[in-house]
Design a protein around this ligand. Structure first.
Ligand code: FPP
Length: 264
């Protein structure tokens, strides 16, 4: 099933027919938010963490089952050292402060990306949090860290080549399901909706395979200013879209469902 149960009558007047089962977010604009206030960039990231907390709670409340946040890209390693280490510190303190809430709300943490590039202390905290929350079933919160979709695909292709070389896989046995299973996101449904903040309209090497059929909503709001109201507005926009997965609108209205991989 792609869509969760209906949610009605939010306090700000929004009413959704459905919320996405899997919501992915590119959190962008922290640096600009800080610059507008003559603050160091890290102040924007710090404020961004507060928004992460709020968005996680609100998505949980609304019944989003999978929330995936682009928190640090492969390319972000190229930023100034103090910004990179500041982001790693913020991540570590986020993990420490949120564990209790994750356990209370039955949220399990998952991480995707090239994790062996992360500092050891962060990696250990991530492993510990993933382990402690692994039985939680209400929502899966996935942090994309040191993540780049092309890198994820290259790692998957290497594994696939290894299987072929070992005689465990014939070229004709390569299917879309097999590729799905070799990606970091294995066992997760594809995102139904991608939100990107700050007015940029790019995918920026995020979940390139998995976003094939996602709806996209771009908001000019900078991530540190993103709040529940703006989240509701984005979800409302999604809720009004008709997803056809390659079928005609008549077929969709008549309840036909498509193999999600048919071209549209
Ligand atoms: C993009 O803004 C944001 C990032 C590169 C990092 C996102 C990180 C957070 C929101 C905080 C840490 C997250 C967690 C989960 C603890 P930018 O710096 O590229 O902004 P700009 O485009 O305005 O410069």
């Amino acid at each position: 099933m792609l869509i969760s149960d209906p949610v009605h009558d939010l306090e700000d007047g929004f009413e959704f027919m459905h919320v996405p089962t899997h919501l992915a977010i590119i959190m962008d604009g922290n640096g600009r938010w800080a610059r507008q206030r003559n603050l160091p960039r890290i102040a924007g990231h710090r404020r961004g963490v507060r928004v992460v907390r709020d968005v996680v709670q609100e998505c949980h409340r609304l019944g989003v089952r999978f929330l995936t946040l682009y928190a640090f890209s492969s390319e972000n390693w190229g930023r100034p050292d103090d910004e990179v280490s500041g982001l790693m510190d913020l991540l570590a303190s986020y993990l420490k402060s949120e564990l209790e809430l994750m356990l209370k709300n039955r949220i399990s943490l998952r991480v995707i990306g090239e994790l062996d590039r992360l500092p050891k202390n962060v990696r250990m905290m991530l492993e510990e949090t993933v382990e402690k929350t692994s039985d939680n079933r209400d929502m899966v919160l996935t942090l994309a860290l040191s993540y780049g979709a092309r890198n994820e695909l290259v790692r998957a292709m290497r594994r696939m080549a290894g299987l072929v070389q070992a005689g465990m896989l014939a070229p004709g046995e390569v299917t879309e399901d097999l590729v799905d299973n070799l990606l970091d996101t294995r066992d997760m449904p594809d995102p139904d909706l991608l939100i990107r903040t700050s007015g940029e309209m790019r995918v920026s090497n995020f979940l390139l395979w998995q976003l094939a059929y996602a709806e996209m909503v771009f908001t000019p709001v900078l991530w540190p200013d993103f709040d529940r109201g703006e989240l509701h507005r984005c979800l409302n926009e999604f809720s009004q879209r008709e997803r056809r997965f390659g079928l005609t609108d008549d077929q969709v209205r008549n309840g036909m469902t498509a193999d999600r991989r048919v071209n549209d």
